[in-house]
Structures are given as C-alpha cells and as structure tokens.
Design a protein around this ligand. Structure first.
Ligand code: SAH
Length: 297
C-alpha cells in the first residue's frame, strides 16, 4: 500500500494500519518526496493483499481529524526480489591501492597485486564502502610502511574486514571484538571464506581471535593485550568513553587508529585522547568522515 501524507500525521496513520491489520502487521517505511518538502511517501508492506475498505476508513479518519483532504492511495503487488543479492550487486569493489575488498559478483576483477578480501554485503557493517572503513584501511597502509605491529586489536570489528585485512598483511596475532554477537559470527565466517587462520583459543597467538565484548570489559580481551595497534571504527561517543581504557591497553609506543567520527566531532575526540596523553599523528578525510592515527606525546 502506498500513499503520500504530511510528515506529522504519518505516525498516527501507521498506528492505525497496525491496529486494523491481522497478524503479521505490515512493515512500513516513509521517505521524503523530492518535489514537496513536507509531504512524505508512506509504504506499507503486507504478506497478504490487505482489504481496501478498512485502510480507506483509517486514512479518512486521520485526515479528517487533521483537517486534510483525503489523498490517493494504491494497493499493488510488489515483485519478489532477493534484496540481499541485489544490494550485493550494487556494491562496487573498494580499492585502496594495497587492499581490494570485493563481493563475489566481482571475483573476476581482483587485481593480482592486491591483498584481496571477499566480504559480502550482509548482516554486519563493514564492506569497505563506507568512508570510515576506507579511512582505516588507508591508515593501516601507512602504518605498514613504518613497520609491523606485534599485537593488534580491531575493536568493533563488524564484518571483520579490518581484522582480516591486517591478518593478511601482517603475521601478528589479531584480536577482533564486537559488542554484537552477529558481528563475531560474521567475522569467523569471513575468516574461513578468506583463508585467514582462526585462533583456537584466547591463548593461541596465531591468526585472528574473534570474541564478543563490550569495549574492554571481557577479561579475555584485556588478557590478549597490551596491544601496539588498536583500530576502532566506532562512533565519536563510544570512542570518547573508551579513551581511558584504550590508554590502559596500549603499549608505550603503540598507535591508535580511530574512525567513525565526523569532522565537527574531531576536536572533542582529540581532547578526550589528549587527556590520556595522545597526540594526532595522521588524519584521513573522506567526505565528512575522519579517521585519525594517534600516538603518545
Ligand atoms: N570495523 C568495521 C565495522 C565498523 S562498524 C569497519 O571498519 O568496517 C562499528 C562496529 O562497532 C559495529 O559492528 C558495532 O557493533 C561495534 N561496537 C559499537 N560499540 C561497541 C563497543 N562498545 N564495544 C565493541 N564493539 C562496539
């Protein structure tokens, strides 16, 4: 079902659609229309074709309550699509010069001289498309030019893209953690797909050790430290909250790569880390996103 309504009455109409529908309730989505700024398009998806009468009555009711004319609405069948497969095709490979992150539909385009990672668009964040991930990959490349870190943490690993990239680049233990267990499972799956060794236990220092943890709260994670490289592509808020823990779990000569912050948040993040004795080493910008490499002053 599709209609167009002023934004302010969409929640009330959605509530009515849920109330009048049987089980399962429809899934709704609304978005701005290009031409008329405060008129939004509302779509409600049903498993079975819904009856027109009750929807018409609900719409009439909400409009009359708000002194609005009744808009048109349509009920039509939507083509069945495999949305995951479709979105995978849209994703283009990411080529940083050193790394090539691609979906299986681009398997024939992998240049021979890149470190290649097959990462399908899936449940966990991190296909390398996002400016924040790209910034981290660039920062990792620059750190590689200076030497090889000995003990690495990817905090907020998502799909595992950065952890796997680093495990391919360096022969050092990589810990990959995420607060979300789906990310941990996806990382393990992506390690298998990309032939990256998985550590058998927290004590095993080969390949990638993936675990679910909120920040450094899990003793297994802290026990794998201290780290001489920590990459954290999470948002500005959590990065600021984690500043003290980062300092505690990083070696004296260690480096931090922080990403997921916007240009206007950079000063606040740097302030929080300056309080822990860190200074800015390098800055990477992609659109409004910033990735930062920090070291101790
Ligand atoms: N590293 C990937 C994914 C970044 S998305 C990349 O660069 O593409 C950020 C991830 O951080 C999400 O998967 C989210 O679940 C995780 N995250 C957010 N807060 C966290 C916290 N406090 N501790 C651990 N992981 C966290």
């Amino acid at each position: 079902m599709k209609t167009e309504l002023p934004l302010e009455i969409i929640p009330a109409f959605e509530e009515m659609l849920y109330a009048i529908s049987g089980d399962p309730i429809p899934t709704t989505s609304s978005f701005e229309t290009a031409e008329r700024p405060h008129i939004w398009s509302l779509e409600a998806y049903y498993v079975e074709r819904p009856e027109e009468g009750p929807i018409r009555q609900a719409l009439e009711f909400v409009c009359s309550q708000n002194g609005l004319d009744m808009p048109d609405f349509v009920i039509e069948e939507v083509e069945q699509r495999d949305w995951v497969a479709e979105s995978q095709k849209i994703l283009k490979p990411v080529d940083t010069g050193k790394f090539f992150i691609y979906g299986s539909h681009d398997a024939d385009k992998v240049p021979a001289d890149r470190i290649a990672l097959l990462i399908e668009a899936g449940q966990a964040f991190g296909t390398g498309q996002h400016g924040t991930t790209y910034g981290c990959l660039r920062a990792i490349e620059d750190i590689a030019a200076k030497g090889q870190p000995e003990n690495i943490l990817d905090l907020g690993t998502g799909s595992g893209v950065l952890a796997l990239a680093m495990a391919k680049l360096w022969d050092s233990p990589v810990t990959a953690s995420d607060i979300d267990p789906i990310a941990t499972d996806t990382t393990i799956e992506n390690a298998r797909v990309n032939d990256v060794t998985l550590a058998a236990s927290a004590e095993d220092k080969s390949g990638v050790f993936a675990l679910t943890a909120d920040g450094f709260a899990d003793p297994l994670l802290a026990g794998r430290g201290p780290f001489d490289l920590i990459v954290a592509n999470i948002l500005a808020g959590p990065l600021i909250d984690l500043a003290q823990d980062m300092a505690r779990n990083l070696t004296d000569n260690g480096r931090l790569i922080l990403s997921g912050l916007l240009d206007e948040q950079q000063d606040r993040v740097l302030e929080a880390y300056a309080a822990q004795g860190f200074i800015l080493d390098q800055e990477y910008a992609l659109n409004e996103w910033r990735a930062l490499t920090l070291k101790r002053a």
